[in-house]
Design a protein around this ligand. Structure first.
Ligand code: CO
Length: 439
């Protein structure tokens, strides 16, 4: 695929993935098309060498794996996340104002930039749980039209607003839904109609706002892309594409996408959960390997924690570290943090460089300024369940956690190629200190 094709597919994936549930559904469809077999955590597994499989948890996290034809020596893993900071619709959502407007009650999910959510068309997507004849069924709902808006207050009513504004989520961020009519519970009624179910059969919902503005390419030469949810669906997309193009030879390739990174990863489908560990152990057990062979395999496994990175900002170039300054279109960003918020150390940094070299793609480095705290990600969190050599990387972007972020047009293709090489390779750790990479 050339860069343009990659970006077209990426932007389409982003447009069709308003939140984690849809991202997982879309990745599932890609995997099905490529001949991967779905497994369920609640059913027995039968695995064959040379085949590919995937399993989901909560419909919002996914692990796909490809078993080589030879006996596996370990796992080559890339982990990313498919949730983004967003506003969640509260249960009992409707608020009436002056018996004239109806607005929706929402709360923050994760740490977003609030301002760019204002004054633009928004809509609602997520899952609903529906009572059926023989149980409770999940349905995905996306109200695929311009539906809501969070209007700014006119400048005449707050003359100081441009000097800085503290957003109050309970006051400033509630979207306008409709004019009040005779009917009540119109929001739930709308959701029921979209899902083609009866409103009284909806038992509960996980519904989120999303920005209706579609992804695009911009810059004089089309060198930038902009879209919602680049963090971290850009990495999840690149990981999947590299995974599907790979040819695992001696290690099991594992494409892992967690939910709930933006709220600390502490859910059953987050990086702190047993999802990855359960899956890796189960693969080994089902293939007839021993517990010791599983332990041995982790010493010969490698994980790339892929979550987007901050590019140097054109208007705030002083916010970047003096010597580690990532730019868009300059390749994969290897992230360092002495206090190990990022897992990268000399071993995993060296391995990642070797992978990039083999893939023929550029890399660059990021650290926070020493006087800035920076963010965190999923790599170090997942070590509590599956401890192995891990590197933290990302693709360089601007405006992280805005509902419309900016990134480089070239970088996704670089990560796809590096992921392909990673998933086709093996990392052998015969003992601490010396490592072999087999490409
Ligand atoms: Co992220």
């Amino acid at each position: 695929m050339n860069t343009q094709e990659v970006n077209q597919e990426l932007l389409s994936f982003l447009d069709h993935s308003p939140n984690a549930f849809f991202a997982v559904r879309n990745m599932r469809e890609e995997l099905e098309k490529a001949g991967y077999t779905r497994l369920y955590e609640g059913a027995a597994w039968a695995l064959s060498q040379g085949r590919g499989y995937y399993v989901t948890r909560n419909d919002s996290a996914l692990i796909a794996f490809h078993i080589p034809t030879e006996k596996a020596r370990g796992f080559q893993i890339m982990a990313s996340h498919c949730d983004s900071p967003v506003f969640k619709i509260k249960t009992r959502a409707e608020i009436e104002i002056d018996q004239h407007y109806v607005k929706l009650n929402v709360e923050k999910y994760g740490g977003m930039l609030c301002a760019p959510w204002l004054d633009r068309p928004l809509s609602v997507a997520g899952r609903i749980l529906v009572q059926t004849e023989d149980g409770i069924e999940t349905k995905l709902v996306n109200v695929d039209r311009d539906l809501l808006i969070i209007p700014n207050l006119a400048i005449h009513m707050n003359r100081q607003v441009n000097d800085g504004y503290a957003f109050n989520a309970q006051v400033d961020m509630l979207p306008l839904f409709c004019e009040k009519g005779e009917e009540r519970n119109q929001f739930l009624q709308l959701i029921a109609e979209e899902a083609k179910v009866k409103a009284e059969d909806i038992l509960d919902t996980d519904l989120f706002l999303y920005n209706r503005m579609k992804g695009t390419t911009l810059g004089l030469h089309g060198e930038f892309i902009a879209s919602g949810r680049l963090d971290d669906l850009q990495c999840a997309f690149a990981s999947l594409k590299g995974f599907l193009a790979a040819e695992p030879k001696q290690s099991i390739a594992v494409h892992c996408v967690y939910d709930n990174e933006e709220v600390g990863s502490g859910t059953k489908q987050g990086a702190a959960s047993t999802f990855l560990k359960d899956t890796l152990q189960r693969i080994y057990r089902t293939l007839g390997y021993t517990e010791e062979e599983y332990q041995m395999s982790l010493a010969s496994s490698f994980m790339v924690s892929a979550d987007n990175a901050h590019a140097v900002h054109p208007n705030h170039s002083d916010k970047a570290d003096p010597t580690n300054r990532p730019y868009m279109n300059q390749g994969i960003v290897i992230k360092y943090s002495a206090n190990q918020k990022y897992t990268t150390d000399a071993v995993s940094g060296a391995v990642m460089r070797a992978v990039c070299k083999e893939a023929g793609v550029p890399w660059q480095t990021f650290t926070n300024r020493s006087d800035m705290l920076g963010g965190s990600t999923l790599g170090n969190i997942s070590q509590g369940q599956v401890a192995l050599n891990t590197v933290d990387i990302g693709l360089p972007q601007l405006a992280m956690h805005s509902p419309y972020e900016t990134a480089g047009a070239k970088d996704t293709a670089y990560l796809i190629e590096a992921a392909r090489v990673l998933f086709s390779s093996s990392f052998l750790g015969s003992g601490d200190g010396n490592y072999k990479l087999l490409f």
